[in-house]
Design a protein around this ligand. Structure first.
Ligand code: URA
Length: 290
């Protein structure tokens, strides 16, 4: 899908959200728009892969006896006629999600997701950090700026993709300050029904798991080095695992980060090809060794 088509699609979705039911289109544009609507997915969700669960007996009880709305293949039942309405209902459910709250190891503020609810490309990170918690939007801090740069290099912008996290709350630490820690397997498991339901509603063509923690949360265990460069499957959807933008930031400080950036970019070129996006010679040449 071209950038122009994507922008047109986004504009039409915004108008629909704003309440427009009819929009006059020039001849020819209609055909383009119709070409944009994706085929209904025929994928069957794969059964949830179990993640090892640690301690916390109260949460353990809730996770072993999930509320009735989670029982269908790990997905949440949400009310609404449109994807936007269902995502809004899902977001409201996440605010009050008892299995996550009962752990008492996650902070109060829920950070949901951002982007196009009809996106073909979905990025999944691990958990919000300090900046994300403040703005209640995923990937807005330094790692977020790096991710936004990667998305731009692909010829897209943040509004054309969907960005979410495995864990919807910032993991708590003693003397937290601006510090962050990775979510535990138990914390990810408590939030997993949300990301699985987001995937089920949005039906992206490709998922990018940012870092080994996000991949593990999606049931793809291993190191990024061992997993990256090829597609895996999340509920039947092609999933590329690549380095987390924070890893690039760390590597930049140590050695300029060229190897990490090159690896991520090679993965993104594969994602673009899978999505049928045009790849220019300039894009193909980024980070190429002579
Ligand atoms: N890192 C993540 O994994 N997610 C965010 O939202 C921000 C930083």
């Amino acid at each position: 899908m071209s950038a122009a088509s994507n922008l047109l699609k986004h504009h039409l979705q915004q108008r629909q959200i704003q309440g427009a039911t009819h929009i006059a289109l020039r001849p020819g544009t209609l055909a383009k728009v119709q070409g944009l609507s994706r085929k209904p997915a025929t994928r069957e969700p794969e059964p949830l892969k179990p993640i090892a669960v640690e301690s916390a007996p109260a949460a353990r009880r809730i996770l072993d006896n999930p509320p009735p709305e989670t029982k269908k293949a790990g997905l949440l039942e949400v009310a609404g006629d449109t994807i936007e309405e269902k995502l809004a209902a899902l977001r409201a459910m996440a605010e009050a999600w008892e299995p996550a709250r009962a752990l008492e190891s996650l902070r109060e503020t829920m950070v949901f997701a951002v982007g196009d609810s009809h996106a073909s490309l979905m990025f999944i990170g691990e958990a919000p950090g300090a900046e994300e918690e403040k703005l209640r939007e995923p990937f807005v801090g330094p790692a977020g700026q790096k991710l936004t740069g990667i998305i731009k290099a692909m010829g897209l912008d943040r509004l054309q993709v969907y960005i979410s996290n495995i864990c919807k709350f910032r993991p708590a630490m003693e003397n937290q300050g601006s510090g962050n820690r990775k979510p535990t397997a138990e914390e990810m498991r408590a939030c997993l029904p949300f990301v699985l339901t987001e995937i089920d509603l949005i039906k992206p063509q490709v998922i990018v798991a940012l870092g080994a923690t996000a991949a593990e949360g999606l049931g793809i265990p291993g190191s990024v080095g061992g997993l990256r460069g090829r597609f895996h499957s999340t509920s039947g959807i092609s999933t590329m695992v690549t380095y987390h933008p924070s890893y690039i930031l760390r590597e930049e400080k140590i050695n300029g980060g060229m190897d990490a950036k090159r690896a991520v970019w090679e993965d993104m070129l594969k994602v673009m090809e899978k999505l049928g996006m045009p790849v220019s010679d300039k894009q193909r040449g980024f980070f190429k060794t002579k």
